[in-house]
Ligand binder design. Structure first.
Ligand code: PLP
Length: 406
């Protein structure tokens, strides 16, 4: 199928509206993406046809819902190239996936004096769970620094790994700088020391082909809502050996084999990590997302976004007042910048009134802003439905901001 952006935009009703009497230009895809009609319809279909609780019902509706639920797990596993469907755990988002690993891994494998390595460009979701776990366990968080252009300093990473390191947790794509990290090489290095690696893929899965088997990561986390799927659904991929070694995160119904007041035993993977009734409706909506992305083709999506990102950078670079924050040669369509000395909030407020949905602030990555010594940035993040026309009108809007604050 050819990648026809105008045709694709027709699948996203929310894009065709005006805000403040201006056509909406949605450039906040790193925060959340819009949903195609197929996904929205799937939610209604679920509630009007097969709504029921899954796994334990013998009746028709429950069987249908269970089948579709497990089929979604299989689709996710194929999407990221996991070896087995049961290596896919449903959560409510990337944040919960990371908390799951930090909590279960910490309980079983971390002791006083140990170290966890993360990078200086992590989203708070990949900082705080480790920070809290380290505080509880008497362990230390060690930080990989980055160069001013937003690339991780690989020599510093190499120096940080030692026999006290229990786990490395790094982002695949930075949500504030756009950097695509060389995760494959970084994982290989950690594995040379026998250290497992968690990759935060929240900003990668919607935009790049991801193959967890080839990457050889031990854990990989992402959120459906950032990849054109419903809110409230997340994924943890875990290598079978690790998932088997970790204790349950939450407990309750669905995840047990036997329960007595003296002792309980837990279910097989993946159920051991899925306590309670899951978000069946949204997970089935997510199934439509995966089918939709499959129809478009992730390679085509990636190449559309790559060329739009290069075009956007070229346009922004023609404006002398624009200062890019993060300019790694290996990057995705997340572009952070400042306009002269205009405060990012002031710029964001003007852009909003002109119809542009952009993000301003620290993007849940405060340490990055501290490193650059800035209060925040203006961030645009591209999605599969963005166009060159939108980028052109955005560039004109940036020039208007400059005029207004001159
Ligand atoms: N990791 C990264 C890199 C992100 O950009 C985000 C959200 O912006 C998260 C994790 C957390 O995702 P969620 O809020 O969907 O759990």
């Amino acid at each position: 199928m050819s990648f026809d952006v105008e045709q694709i935009r027709a699948d996203f009703p929310i894009l065709h509206q005006q805000v403040y009497h201006k056509p909406l230009v949605y450039l906040d895809n790193a925060a959340t993406t819009q949903k195609p009609l197929a996904v929205i319809d799937a939610l209604r279909d679920y509630y009007t046809t097969i709504n029921s609780n899954i796994h334990r019902g013998v009746h028709y509706l429950s069987q249908q819902a269970t089948l579709a639920f497990e089929e979604t797990r299989q689709l996710v596993s194929e999407y990221v190239h996991a070896r087995h469907g049961y290596e896919i755990i449903f959560t409510k988002g990337a944040t919960e996936s990371i908390n799951l690993v930090a909590s279960s891994f910490g309980r079983e494998f971390v002791k006083p004096g140990d170290e966890i390595v993360i990078s200086a460009m992590e989203h708070h979701a990949n900082i705080l769970p480790w920070q809290l776990m380290c505080a509880e366990k008497g362990a230390t968080l060690r930080i990989i620094p980055f160069h001013v252009n937003g690339e991780l300093i690989q020599e510093a990473y190499r120096d940080l790994l030692n026999d006290k390191t229990r786990l490395v947790a790094i982002t695949h794509v930075s949500n504030a700088l756009g950097t695509i990290n060389p995760v494959r090489e970084m994982i290989a290095l950690a594995h040379e020391h026998g250290i497992p690696v968690l990759v935060d893929g929240a900003q990668a899965v919607p935009h790049l082909p991801v193959d967890v088997t080839e990457m050889d990561c031990d854990f990989y986390c992402f959120s459906a809502h950032k990849m054109y799927g419903p809110m409230g659904v997340g994924v943890l991929y875990g290598r079978e050996e690790w998932l088997n070694k970790l204790p349950p995160y939450q407990s309750g119904g669905e995840m047990i084999r036997t329960v007595t007041f003296e002792k309980s035993t837990f279910g097989e993977l993946p159920f051991k990590f899925e306590a309670g009734t899951p978000n069946v409706a949204d997970i089935l909506g997510f199934r439509e997302t995966l089918l939709y992305l499959d129809r478009l083709g992730i390679d085509q999506i990636a190449s559309h976004e790559e060329s739009l990102m290069r075009y956007t950078l070229d346009q922004l670079r023609t404006i002398p007042e624009v200062r890019l924050v993060g300019d790694s040669p290996h990057r995705a369509g997340v572009i952070s910048f400042l306009i002269g000395d205009v405060h990012p909030y002031d710029a964001g407020a003007v852009l909003d009134k002109l119809g542009f949905a952009v993000r301003t602030g620290h993007h849940c990555a405060q340490p990055i802003m501290d490193i650059y010594g800035i209060p925040g940035t203006i961030r645009i993040s591209l999605g599969l439905y963005n166009t060159r026309d939108e980028v052109d009108s955005f560039t004109r809007a940036v020039k208007r901001v400059i005029e207004m604050f001159r």
